[in-house]
Write a protein that binds this ligand. Structure first.
Ligand SMILES: N[C@@H](CCC(=O)N[C@@H](CS[C@H](CC=O)c1ccccc1)C(=O)NCC(=O)O)C(=O)O
Length: 222
């Protein structure tokens, strides 16, 4: 028993990528059990350790955690990335839930119906620039610290950094109207644990390509 958390998911970002980011930011090494086929997934379901017969599932501290938000909250709390009091926790939740709304759109974009790509892309970029990024730009400006909440890194910062990189993959100059977010990205990029996760060969997954979509479709019978 290595004692490291074990992540059960397919070989793609999907819902598990935010968990990978949070563990990496916490400096926690983790193992991955990659589902490669529908049979792998069926066997995992038959093993009885998936409360809702779904993944992501993370084995940690003797628990089989499922439901992505529950997994993220557990990790954030365990590694002191969830604020110092109830108010900071609530602010972190509000920021994170907004980012997860954006994340959900981006996550499902590769799975969209043929012919809907441009419409979905434009919607993601419009929401990112008109609804979500302005919130975090204003927060960084008014809070006047290096981080979104309090004066130390939290789950909210990691989720924002992940969201920025994913939206930039869709439109590289997306931060042109957000100077504070540009500074934030540059600052977080320099943290050793983040730099390590950004290195090629890390457990960070690439954007979902056609092969990954085909694999997820087969594994989860989409
Ligand atoms: N509330 C839960 C939901 C968890 C969940 O939907 N898990 C799915 C695989 S991930 C998904 C597959 C397509 O939708 C995907 C894969 C790629 C990109 C985005 C999503 C699953 O297990 N599907 C089998 C089944 O539902 O029988 C949570 O937040 O954790």
């Amino acid at each position: 028993m290595s004692g490291k958390p074990i992540l059960h998911y397919f070989n793609g970002r999907g819902r598990m990528e935010s968990v990978r980011w949070l563990l990496a930011a916490a400096g926690v090494e983790f193992e991955e059990k990659i589902l490669k086929s529908a049979e792998d997934f069926e066997n995992l379901v038959k093993g009885g350790n998936l409360m809702y017969q779904q993944v992501p599932m993370v084995e940690i501290d003797g628990l089989n955690l499922v439901q992505t938000r529950a997994i993220l909250k557990y990790i954030a709390a365990k590694y002191n990335l969830y604020g110092k009091d109830l108010k900071e926790k609530a602010l972190i939740d509000m920021y994170v839930e907004g980012m997860r709304d954006l994340n959900e759109m981006i996550m499902h974009y590769p799975l969209c119906y043929p012919g809907e790509e441009e419409k979905n892309l434009n919607f993601i970029l419009e929401r990112a620039t008109e609804r979500f990024f302005p919130v975090y730009e204003k927060a960084l400006k008014s809070h006047g610290k290096n981080y979104l909440v309090g004066n130390q890194m939290s789950w909210a910062d990691i989720q924002l950094f992940e969201a920025i990189l994913m939206v930039e993959e869709l439109k590289s100059d997306i931060l042109s109207a957000f100077p504070k977010l540009q500074e934030f990205k540059a600052r977080i990029s320099k943290l050793p644990r983040i730099q390590k996760f950004l290195q090629p060969g890390s457990q960070r997954k690439p954007p979902m390509d056609d092969q990954a979509v085909e694999e997820a479709t087969k594994i989860f019978n989409l």
